[in-house]
Design a protein around this ligand. Structure first.
Ligand SMILES: [Zn+2]
Length: 63
């Protein structure tokens, strides 16, 4: 399979069918555009800050 090395994260990504090429993902394409601070930067599953998970949150009172 033909691959391309992402200029942002240096990961190899598929060339064929990759709409973000030469980047590996939308994330890297966005990064390359310097959109870090942009509000449009929203990727699910990618923690934006080291805030503790909800697991530690106390359970709401049940009635
Ligand atoms: Zn990348």
């Amino acid at each position: 399979m033909r691959t391309v090395r992402c200029p942002v994260c240096r990961k190899e990504a598929a060339w064929q069918g990759n709409v973000y090429r030469p980047f590996c993902s939308e994330r890297c394409r966005t990064l390359d555009r310097g959109a870090w601070a942009s509000e449009t930067y929203h990727i699910a599953g990618e923690p934006a800050d080291p805030t503790p998970a909800e697991n530690d949150a106390p359970e709401p009172h049940k009635v």
